[in-house]
Design a protein around this ligand. Structure first.
Ligand code: GLV
Length: 316
């Protein structure tokens, strides 16, 4: 049976697939595979392992005549037309859990980098402006005793909340369902989205991208934010209206923004690039040795378990 992987992933996973009797082909270049090349290479495969940068639409799905499983190398799967795959009897899997700590670590990294003005600090030094210690130089905010608002109390939201709680923050959250563990262990309180935006000092997003979450933070509700608010997005770019976010930050209506994801990745809105009170990262939430190895292995195990025994580990 044949597996196609759209990029060179961790070799341990490729070995695992081969050790389990599968023939593996990998797109050799370290950039997104062009659609025409993908279509040419996947006609007779039994399993596809794509990345979040590969749009697996109807045309791609139709071009695979035998494929039984699409094992996404990501926890988010908005890049795949899951409904259409299901209609074609193709199972879709993702890589949850294994990147939770890595992503929550990055959310906290951004929270701290924003509240302690990391980017501006480095710039001041690079510009040769660090002349002496000053009582009011680059004052930021502490996390202790602040309200840390979590949007989406799933695995990553909860792991981020735990970290913020350890820093002494008060945890509030907005989510579809009650997270009893967060309420019990972290004394977290569930509130409406508007209330959360209105009371939080830090806001961190942990929800998937779909038609319901598109521009969840927009012109109307961004107005509710406090002046010292720090917004963190390690989820997906299109959950926030990037243009409106740039506008309120530019006008000084909030304190800072930390982004790992963008509406039109890898493009970043030029207005965001001009701002100082912002920390930008190139979508590296799961970029730790631990998480990426585990993601590759989970994608590979989903393929092997399904093709050999009909049981995927993490179907979506
Ligand atoms: C990364 O963004 C992922 O969805 O795994």
């Amino acid at each position: 049976m044949k597996v196609y992987i759209t990029r060179k992933i961790q070799s341990k996973a490729i070995k695992y697939l081969r050790d389990n009797g599968l023939t593996v082909s990998v797109y050799k270049e370290d950039k997104p595979i062009p659609k025409s090349v993908l279509i040419k290479n996947i006609k007779n495969i039994d399993a596809l392992i794509p990345l979040l940068t590969d749009k697996i639409d109807e045309e791609i799905i139709d071009s695979m005549t035998k494929c039984k499983i699409i094992a996404n190398f990501a926890v988010g799967y908005e890049n795949i037309d899951v409904d259409y795959a299901k209609r074609k009897n193709i199972i879709v899997t993702n890589t949850p859990d294994v990147l939770t700590d890595s992503t929550a670590d990055l959310a906290m990294t951004l929270a701290l980098a924003c509240s302690r003005r990391l980017f501006e600090s480095r710039k001041l030094i690079d510009d040769g402006k660090f002349k002496h210690w000053k009582p009011n130089l680059l004052l930021g905010y502490e996390i202790k005793d602040k309200i840390f608002g979590i949007i989406g109390a799933g695995r990553i939201g909860e792991a981020t909340a735990k970290r913020a709680y350890a820093f002494g923050a008060k945890i509030f959250y907005h989510s579809r369902s009650v997270n009893n563990k967060m309420e019990k262990d972290l004394n977290a309180k569930k509130v409406s989205l508007n209330k959360l935006l209105n009371i939080s000092d830090f806001i961190s997003l942990h929800i998937p991208s779909n038609e319901k979450t598109f521009h969840l933070l927009n012109k109307d509700n961004l107005k509710l934010l406090k002046r010292n608010a720090v917004i963190i997005n390690t989820a997906r770019g299109d959950i926030i209206d990037e243009v409106e976010l740039a506008k309120i930050l530019k006008k000084g209506k909030i304190f800072s923004v930390g982004l790992d994801v963008y509406e039109n990745e890898p493009k970043i809105h030029p207005e965001l690039l001009k701002l100082n009170k912002i920390v930008l990262m190139p979508h590296i939430g799961s970029a730790t040795v631990e998480a990426r190895t585990a993601m590759a292995m989970l994608a590979a195990k989903n393929v092997v378990n399904f093709l050999h025994w009909g049981k995927p580990i993490t179907p979506v």
